[in-house]
Write a protein that binds this ligand. Structure first.
Ligand SMILES: Nc1nc2c([nH]c(=O)n2[C@H]2C[C@H](O)[C@@H](COP(=O)(O)OP(=O)(O)OP(=O)(O)O)O2)c(=O)[nH]1
Length: 269
């Protein structure tokens, strides 16, 4: 773990606010589905599908509900695979909750991905997305929401066709990591590397990959910089969206059984 300004702050108790994030994978076709956010928080960015866990709702139920609302895909609970969690925290004030985002992957679902007025689902190449893109990528085309038309290079599924029945006519783009939340380029390529079909992983790394599949990742990000107020949500704090360059992060991987005992921690030095 890095030594940080944060480590010198007095201990404090923080609340956690729970969110979900689901990443559909089509391993057979070497592709991964993300959504382009058309409005609200994270507008103009690609991300997995997810949202807030409602009161009284389990994390997995929230993940299934949000995925369905935002993409049209319907997943059964046993097919949800929990991969880890992001803990996004500001150390600039004591009152902002830690954002606890539970990350799932799925590779079985019913239905076809559909755009909603909130999210536009888009397939990206899995094997081309195993390392983050360079710092100054050319932005990939994004949906034209004003005219409702999409540039052909953006579309991997022409409207009105069944995604699963289509031959892949166009080569898929790699994930545009620089059009995602900043920390995604740390944990997402790592997660995808661990999920690649074994025949695509060099033989000497296969055993290591099998071990990693049994582990959850915890990506803890601390922001030292200032706090942003989000005007679009009545001045509510949204510090995790202003991380900029001044962030500290590290990734732990834990054996499956240890996750439950650790995930509720609320005290952070
Ligand atoms: N990777 C990453 N994901 C984030 C960050 N911040 C953030 O909210 N997310 C994720 C968590 C959720 O999946 C999603 C935000 O959910 P949301 O605001 O759309 O929640 P919601 O659907 O319940 O909200 P709403 O429809 O009621 O407005 O984005 C971040 O900094 N990094």
């Amino acid at each position: 773990m890095a030594t940080t300004d944060a480590m010198q702050l007095p201990p404090k108790l923080k609340t956690h606010k729970q969110y979900t994030l689901v990443i559909p994978l089509d391993l057979q076709r070497d592709r991964v589905l993300l959504g382009y956010k058309l409005r609200g928080f994270g507008q103009g960015k690609y991300n997995g599908f997810g949202g807030k866990v409602e009161q009284g709702e389990s994390i997995v139920a929230a993940a299934i509900r949000e995925l369905h609302e935002e993409s049209g895909l319907l997943v059964r609970e046993p097919d949800m695979i929990q991969r880890g969690a992001l803990l996004l925290e500001t150390v600039a004030d004591n009152s902002s909750p830690i954002l606890e985002i539970h990350v799932f992957t799925v590779d079985k679902w019913e239905g076809t991905e559909n755009a909603t007025d909130e999210m536009h689902p888009t397939w990206f190449s899995l094997s081309e997305s195993l390392t983050p893109t360079s710092a100054t990528p050319a932005p990939i085309p994004t949906p034209n929401v004003i005219s409702g038309s999409l540039p052909s290079s953006f579309l991997s599924t022409p409207p009105g066709t069944e995604a699963h029945d289509l031959p892949l006519a166009l080569p898929l783009q790699p994930i545009p990591y620089h059009q995602m939340w900043e920390e995604s380029r740390v944990w997402l390529p790592r997660l995808l590397q661990n999920l690649m079909p074994p025949d695509l992983v060099p033989q000497e790394q296969q055993e290591e990959q099998q071990q990693k599949k049994k582990r959850y990742f915890i990506h803890h990000v601390q922001f030292i910089g200032g706090v942003d107020r989000d005007v679009s949500s009545n001045g509510e704090y949204s510090v995790w969206h202003g991380m900029g360059e001044r962030r500290l992060d590290w990734v732990d991987e834990l054996p499956v059984g240890e996750w439950d005992s650790r995930r509720t921690f609320g005290r952070y030095p």
